[in-house]
Design a protein around this ligand. Structure first.
Ligand code: FES
Length: 150
């Protein structure tokens, strides 16, 4: 524990997250703390960066389990070095790129046939005649194109 360590209320205030969310993240291994003699949590200041990554990743739709898996690649018990953040960013990039492509398709094709099987739009008769998209798998196949390639 060091003098710069933060109490849970300080972390909540600085990160904008509820204390209950911090406890939840900690219980699920996304962040960690030490305890004072009195049993109070203390967080190293760099927990704020981890929380920023968690918040951003959640905002673009990454499931918490996936975020936890990625953060598990970082060292625990000491601040993460810039090169370790860089390595994480590189390993995460393909998934981020895929998210971006999916969001771009959503943005650009929201008013088009998405190959979901509803056949409810005029465009479906041309884009997805007789629901041929179902041969590619479940869900909105024209949005999830790259997933079918996996
Ligand atoms: S929008 Fe659902 S099949 Fe075309």
């Amino acid at each position: 524990m060091s003098a710069g360590d933060l109490a849970i209320g300080d972390v909540a205030r600085r990160s904008g997250l509820a204390v209950s969310a911090l406890r939840f993240y900690e219980a699920n291994g996304l962040i960690s703390s030490t305890r004072t003699d009195g049993g109070q949590r203390r967080y190293r200041r760099d927990v704020l960066r981890r929380l920023a990554v968690i918040q951003a990743a959640q905002q673009v739709g990454f499931p918490l389990a996936e975020i936890a898996g990625m953060l598990a690649e970082l060292p625990a018990g000491r601040p993460v070095s810039p090169s370790e953040w860089q390595r994480l960013a590189r390993s995460w990039r393909p998934q981020l790129d895929e998210r971006i492509r999916t969001l771009e398709r959503l943005r650009d094709q929201l008013d088009s046939c998405v190959g979901c099987g509803c056949l409810s739009m005029e465009k479906c008769a041309l884009a997805n005649p007789a629901d041929r998209a179902s041969d590619l798998g479940p869900g909105p196949r024209f949005w999830l194109r790259s997933r079918s390639a996996r």
